[in-house]
Ligand binder design. Structure first.
Ligand SMILES: Cc1ncc(C[n+]2csc(CCOP(=O)(O)OP(=O)(O)O)c2C)c(N)n1
Length: 644
């Protein structure tokens, strides 16, 4: 394999065009095989194989920082950037991150994961280069989806104002995870249909021949002249102060190499518009790029006989042997599916309910809502900030908006939560999905802060349905509450815990009696608490289990009954300001902290380490073993002579 001889980007520079074509084939094979084994992003990395090769061939990657927006498409870059040997461990513990990571390789210039950051980082690097008197190129590759994010436009504006040398490559495949939306996306389409791109596509052979045929005699300036034929006058990017170049076919390697070689000599901010196909080279991904955006292992039908299982289905249910013997679990839809169903039912009863997603209709479970109520559904693009203020505007005029976001992306819209929803006491419902640890997309996608930052907002109600059976009543309650409410729930499946019927969701709930101590848990870590309590019972320890349900306001009635005996709080959130802190604060404020021993279990002041969700839960003692350990330690601390 040619790929085996590539140890760093410098090796790509030495290859001929036919070798580069071969490399493209090998990269695709390697990416498909590895993702099919490990799970991960698929359609996006396949779409940028030629672009990645051309960039590595033309630029001095490493010296020239290359920033991948979102970064989920950077697999080919990793393979060419010194990680071929470790690529088999993509998204595994001790392996390769699924996103660029500054600590992983000198060739990963900037860590990404959240969208629309690349141009800002590139502007920073371009300014640093000038201040430090260095000479190198700065390149950002950003998708048409990520370009809809406000930050990208803020950065374009700043870059155009500064006028420094930098290259922004717009990787336009007309797709976000789903089809891209919005006026900007329509504008990109117009650029494609009304440009020399079509001519060049139709005439590709002769154009490329003309461009490279006489390469021995042609000077860079000559090339520049021909390439400038692609620069169109006016347009949005021109107004931002960029020289706009394109659109060109992002799978035409010779053309990419020649164009980039020429652009390399140009000054000022340049935007090169590449048209690519998401999923390129894998038929099933080309046909359904949305489904193949991110996949679980064994998803590529043509490569393996296993049943296709989309990422949206969530993780397999973790060990739950004890739960089953307890009769606590019966079936396990995902939290997302439970939310989706509950919202549909509520929407059928109340026409004021509208749903908003920031480019993630499938991931957040809103696709069905879109089908049933196309006029009440809004995909605003990768624009979480706008999504929240848009919802606040709707709420201010009597609608009942539900904004469904992943916890990690809600971070971006915190000011809007505070300023636009909460201060005005507007009834916006925040459906916070993927709260907690997310395993293989960690740490950029972990939702480990929302309990802390949402809890700090006055007037905002914050709760966590423990399973699918809680979801419907809690969502109904939220939709009838006159102020902002946030419901947070985890990635993956939700075993039904306790009795499904007759739940009083307005209060915490005791799920297991026990006088020695109590696990007081939020959300899905309840299952592990029950398992731990069962294990501790065999050691003669009677540990109760309580589902807190409400984080703000706390169910102080329940806390009053627990005070005076040891409590172990459990949450998939940072311990800094999280649920455990709320319990401590209440007990301190009511003068009962001294006689209530407390052990908080959650994430200490640290980011998680890449691994499976199960590995991460074990890291932080949030699995049954860790929780049992925490209970023993707490009891040992309290009465060292009697603890086992
Ligand atoms: C702030 C933020 N919101 C949502 C996401 C989830 N997300 C990951 S990739 C993606 C689509 C990106 O589309 P595009 O930039 O066009 O790249 P493509 O996958 O098409 O190559 C989205 C919405 C994210 N990474 N960051």
């Amino acid at each position: 394999m040619l790929l085996d001889s590539i140890h760093s980007p410098a090796d790509v520079k030495a290859l001929s065009l036919p070798q580069l074509e071969q490399l493209a084939h090998e990269l695709r094979e390697t990416i498909i095989d590895t993702v099919n084994r490990n799970g991960g992003h698929l359609a996006s990395p396949l779409g940028v194989v030629e672009l990645t090769i051309a960039l590595h061939h033309v630029f001095d990657i490493g010296k020239d920082p290359l920033i991948w927006d979102v970064g989920h498409q950077s697999y080919a870059h990793k393979l060419l950037g010194g990680r071929r040997d470790r690529f088999y461990a993509l998204r595994k513990r001790e392996g390769i991150s699924g996103y660029p990571k500054i600590s992983e390789s000198e060739f990963d210039a900037f860590g990404t994961g959240h969208s629309s950051t690349s141009i800002s980082a590139a502007v920073g690097m371009a300014v640093a280069r000038e201040r430090l008197g260095l000479a190198h190129h700065v390149i950002a590759v950003i998708g048409d989806g990520a370009m809809t994010g406000g930050m990208a436009l803020e950065a374009l504006s700043h870059a155009g104002h500064l006028g420094l040398d930098m290259l922004v490559i717009l990787n336009d495949n007309e797709m976000s995870i789903s089809r891209n939306v919005g006026a900007l996306s329509r504008y990109f389409n117009r650029l494609i249909t009304a440009s020399p791109y079509k001519r060049a596509k139709e005439d590709a052979g002769s154009y490329v021949k003309q461009l490279i045929g006489d390469r021995m005699t042609q000077t860079i300036q000559d090339l520049e002249k021909s390439v400038k034929g692609f620069i169109t006058k006016g347009g949005l990017f021109q107004e931002f102060g960029f020289n706009y170049f394109g659109p060109i076919d992002g799978h035409d390697l010779p053309l990419l190499v020649e164009c980039l070689s020429s652009i390399k000599t140009m000054k000022g901010p340049i935007l090169m518009h590449c048209r690519t196909e998401k999923g390129k080279g894998l038929k099933e991904a080309e046909e359904d790029p949305s489904k193949y955006h991110g996949v679980t292992p064994m998803a590529v039908k043509s490569r393996c006989a296993a049943v296709l299982k989309s990422d949206q289905e969530g993780d397999p249910v973790p060990s739950q042997g004890l739960l089953q013997t307890n009769g606590c679990t019966r079936h396990a839809p995902t939290f997302t599916a439970a939310f989706s169903r509950a919202l549909l039912e509520a929407a059928a009863r109340d026409e004021r309910i509208v749903a908003i997603t920031a480019a993630m209709p499938e991931g957040t479970g809103l696709s069905e809502f879109e089908q049933h109520y196309p006029n009440r559904f809004f995909d605003v693009g990768i624009c979480e900030q706008h999504a929240v203020t848009f919802a606040a505007g709707l709420a201010a005029r009597g609608m009942r908006p539900v904004v469904a976001l992943y916890s990690t992306f809600l971070q971006r819209a915190y000011d809007q939560v505070v300023h636009d929803a909460a201060i005005q006491k507007l009834p916006v419902v925040f459906a916070i999905d993927r709260a907690g640890l997310v395993g293989e997309d960690s740490p950029t996608h972990d939702g480990i802060f929302d309990l802390s930052f949402m809890r700090a907002v006055p007037g905002l109600v914050l709760a966590s349905p423990r399973d699918a059976a809680d979801m419907g009543p809690m969502l109904d309650w939220a939709l009838n509450h006159p102020g902002p409410v946030a419901l947070r729930y985890a990635r993956g499946k939700s075993p039904i815990i306790g009795d499904e019927n007759g739940r009083v969701i307005l209060r915490s709930e005791r799920l297991r009696p026990g006088g020695d101590a109590t696990f007081l848990a939020v959300g899905p870590c309840l299952a592990a608490c029950l398992e731990a309590a069962e294990a501790l019972a065999t050691e003669g320890l009677e540990i109760g289990v309580v589902d807190a349900r409400w984080v703000k306001p706390l169910d102080t009635g329940m806390l009053d009954t627990l005070a005076g005996r040891p409590i172990i709080t459990a949450e998939e959130n940072t311990l800094v300001g999280g649920f455990g802190s709320a319990v401590l604060e209440y007990l301190a404020d009511t003068g009962r902290l001294e006689n209530t021993p407390i052990q908080r279990v959650g994430l200490p002041d640290t980011h998680a380490v890449l691994g499976s969700r199960a590995e991460q839960l074990a890291d932080f003692g949030l699995d049954a073993l860790g929780l049992a350990r925490a209970a023993r330690n707490l009891l040992a601390r309290r009465c060292p002579q009697t603890a086992p």
